[in-house]
Design a protein around this ligand. Sequence first.
Ligand code: SF4
Length: 70
Amino acid sequence: MYEIRVDEEKCCAYGNCVVAAPDVFALGETDKVIVLQPEFPSVPPHVYRAVRSCPAYALTVGRAEATEER
Ligand code: SF4
């Protein structure tokens, strides 16, 4: 299983991830990203694109037991 993690200290609510994967990311009232679907059996390509699109390097994805850097 793979999971997405957010470093909320880094998230500046640019919204790139929401544009790339609106089924997985959303912006909330606090202007920090919300992960709607944090785990995947395999990571879909558009979710990888969303992680890579974050200009603040706030997103990481990796195996649930050991998250890898982008
Ligand atoms: S692209 Fe990065 S900074 Fe922008 S909302 Fe998503 S996680 Fe936050």
